[in-house]
Ligand binder design. Structure first.
Ligand code: PLP
Length: 390
């Protein structure tokens, strides 16, 4: 029989340059490959498995729902999505939620709300969404356009009108673009994830909030990666002392099931009416049962622990010889290793039983939030041995 690798290469469109690793099982922070070799997973499926692999309570909640009602269309009411929306609103202070299936889709929904909000009040033409250079917002045509990296603005022409980019941190440039008129939203990540784990400056974030307030522009914060405890707060916005008009979530929300969410404040929670937006799978009961369990687990102690572990991990990394530019917030961590490209470092890690990610020139870690100090120490020892060898 052909290997999975061969079948995959033959039949899956080759958009992913996969590492030479086939995973078959996981438990907590550990993953196991086809030869039953154990790995410490510091990637959590790119920030998705917030509770690690196959946490028992999560599996029970999801399978219970699976046996009861697997899917119901959005033409009807059902419990899991209503209760999830309620807990999300209670935890974040937002007024209403729209459920999608991914981060890109959540951002599409946010952009639609911002454009409609502006259209309702000011008519046509006030539709520009300003995003930051080096941002990442998704892979659909609109969210690719929103992504402030030239490398992504290729092949798929024409890209959408109505997006402009400013350098992160440059308040004057932002004011200048807004002064030209036509802006309906400013959209940003609070810690640029794919861009290299780069937190925005707190004063800059406050300035965005003020500019939005002064000009009746919606502030959209893309917390697809930073949200749901990743940074040690439920929303990363809590670190920055602001509340956006719209926040989007996805990756860690379902604990391993595909979900996206648009959280809208009172100002714009009634902007979309019947028939103006929708998706077949949005709010699927199984997926929402998984998310409800994740939220139930994520109490203040859990978040405090995640924040402490993140600080510990970052401090210890910074002490390792050969490791530079440690950055991040909570358990969203980036660093460079002198003398080796991030991609090569990650490949070397796989050989030594460690799964990590890259973000441009940085090595990026998004471990499950349930990782223990023991597991962090084990991972640190491997990273230190690898960094020393360079
Ligand atoms: C991953 C990511 C997205 C895209 O999410 P998908 O689920 O892959 O569509 C959007 N924004 C940010 C900040 C992300 O990290």
């Amino acid at each position: 029989m052909k290997s999975i690798k061969d079948i995959d290469k033959k039949h899956i469109i080759n958009t992913y340059n996969r590492y030479d690793l086939e995973l078959v099982e996981g438990m907590g922070v550990n993953a196991y490959d086809i030869d039953n070799k154990e790995y410490i997973d510091l990637s959590a499926g790119i920030g998705v498995n917030s509770l690690g692999f196959c946490e028992m309570g999560w599996v029970a909640s999801v399978t219970q729902q699976l046996c009861k009602l697997n899917h119901v269309s959005n033409l009807f009411y059902s419990q899991p999505d209503a209760l999830l929306a309620k807990s999300l609103c209670e935890r974040t202070g937002y007024d209403k939620v729209f459920f999608a299936n991914s981060g890109a889709e959540a951002n599409e929904g946010a952009i639609k709300i911002a454009r409609k909000y502006s259209f309702d009040k000011y008519g046509k033409g006030r539709h520009t969404v300003v995003t930051l250079v080096n941002s990442f917002h998704g892979r659909t045509i609109a969210t690719l356009t929103a992504t402030g990296q030239d490398v992504y603005h290729n092949y798929f022409f024409p890209f959408n009108d109505g997006f402009e980019y400013v350098a992160a941190g440059d308040i004057d440039a932002l004011k200048e673009i807004v002064a030209k008129g036509g802006v309906c939203a400013i959209m940003a990540e609070l810690v640029q994830g794919e861009g290299g784990v780069i937190p925005l400056d707190k004063q800059y974030v406050k300035a965005i909030r003020e500019i939005c307030n002064d000009n009746d522009i919606l502030m959209i914060i893309d917390e697809v990666q930073t949200g749901v405890g990743r940074t040690g707060k439920f929303l990363a916005a809590e670190h920055f002392g602001i509340k956006a008009d719209i926040t989007t979530l996805a990756k860690g929300l379902g604990g391993g099931l595909p979900i996206g969410a648009v959280l809208a404040s009172e100002k714009c929670s009634s902007t979309l009416g019947y028939g103006m937006h929708g998706t077949t799978f949005g709010g699927n009961p199984i997926v929402c049962a998984g998310a409800n369990y994740v939220l139930a687990r994520m109490d203040s102690d859990f978040l405090y622990e995640a924040e402490q572990k993140g600080e510990y991990f970052q401090e210890k990394l910074a002490e390792i010889e050969g490791i530079e530019e440690v950055s991040g917030l909570g358990l969203m961590i980036g660093f460079k290793v002198s003398g080796i490209e991030s991609g090569d470092f990650v490949k070397e890690g796989i050989k030594r039983g460690l799964i990590m990610l890259t973000a441009k020139q940085k090595v990026r870690l998004l471990p499950p939030l349930v990782i223990t100090y023991d597991e962090i120490d084990k991972a640190l020892a491997i990273i230190a041995a690898m960094a020393k060898k360079q």
